[in-house]
Design a protein. Structure first.
Length: 330
């Protein structure tokens, strides 16, 4: 168990209690697989002793930021300190199944060169029979969603190709991530995983679901599932994502507008107030930077525009949103 099968990068923000269970589950997985996992914790200016807790747990690397630099920046810091050729992005409120480490290590060892992302089967911790995410999907309008999100997890699940992996739990090939420029720092939180998935797809890489790797995610443990702050950041990130990656046809723009009105309405009813609207307005402040990044990416080299799925009905998108809210309330 000397060489690491992969590195695990955990970004913590007031996550001291959650870190204990997260790290413990990885250690159990190590023992079951006979594979070592290097654990890197990046503390984003926590006030609850998260960095101290990480040291007490004996993780390999602790990075302390004096302020909350945002998820994207912290994840990039963690991946820069990771020594393995694959790095697992893992939220601190995720607990992995006993077979998780072995399943991902085996998948990484046998992955073809064009596979940059390995995606676990993530269930809700509040109800382990309900799927949280099995990867990311993006429809023809550029609207992202979680594969099988909100569905019952029963039955045999086959490994298959998906658009990308959620940063809550996904294994990334570091050479591929560096090739596309890493995590885009304009995303303070949320949406950076969809953008990274898009860049990897454009560079010709694929993402595969590994159904034997099962994890359980509490969801919004640090920020709260219905907090105005989360609603603000999600709305801001979605607007940035559409600017960077979304198709700019009229039909795509109209579809996204309808979906965003629906999402904002749900969050407002749940108590977020004007936060979704304010988040979208705040994204406009970065519009010149977004245009610059989009142009820079266009001239960086050959691109393979990924195949997108058909448009989902607005009611289906809202159903998934409400299912996620229901699980995080438990």
């Amino acid at each position: 168990m000397n060489a690491s099968a992969f590195s695990a990068v955990v970004v913590a923000w007031n996550s001291a209690d959650a870190l204990r269970d997260c790290v413990a589950s990885l250690r159990v997985g190590e023992g079951a697989a006979g594979q070592r996992v290097e654990i890197v914790v990046v503390d984003n200016g926590s006030s609850d002793g998260s960095a101290e807790r990480a040291r007490e747990l004996g993780v390999d690397v602790v990075v302390e930021n004096p302020v909350n630099a945002g998820y994207g920046v912290a994840a990039a810091q963690g991946m820069a300190r990771a020594s393995a050729s694959w790095a697992l992005l893992l939220n601190p409120d995720v607990v992995v199944d006993r077979a998780f480490v072995g399943a991902l290590a085996a998948a990484a060892e046998g992955a073809p060169d064009d596979v940059a992302t390995l995606v676990p089967d993530v269930r809700f911790a509040s109800d382990r029979s309900v799927v949280n995410t099995r990867g990311l999907d993006v429809d023809r309008a550029g609207v992202p969603s979680d594969v099988d999100g909100g569905q019952r997890a029963g039955g045999r699940v086959r490994g298959r190709e998906v658009f990308g992996g959620s940063s809550g739990a996904c294994l990334l090939r570091m050479d591929a991530v560096r090739r596309v420029g890493g995590v885009e720092p304009v995303f303070f939180a949320y949406g950076e995983d969809v953008d990274l998935a898009w860049q990897l797809r454009r560079a010709g890489y694929r993402a595969l679901l590994v159904p034997e790797a099962i994890a359980y995610h509490e969801g919004s443990a640090s920020m709260g599932g219905e907090s105005p702050m989360k609603a603000f950041l999600v709305a801001r990130s979605r607007r940035l994502l559409f600017g960077l990656d979304g198709p700019h046809t009229l039909s795509a723009r109209l579809t996204r507008t309808l979906v965003e009105i629906g999402h904002a309405s749900v969050m407002t009813v749940l108590g977020a107030g004007a936060a979704p609207l304010l988040g979208r307005f705040d994204a406009l402040r970065a519009r010149r930077y977004v245009r610059f990044v989009r142009r820079a990416r266009a001239v960086a080299g050959a691109r393979h525009e990924p195949e997108l799925t058909g448009l989902r009905p607005l009611g289906e998108a809202l159903r998934r949103k409400l299912a996620a809210v229901r699980e995080t309330r438990r």
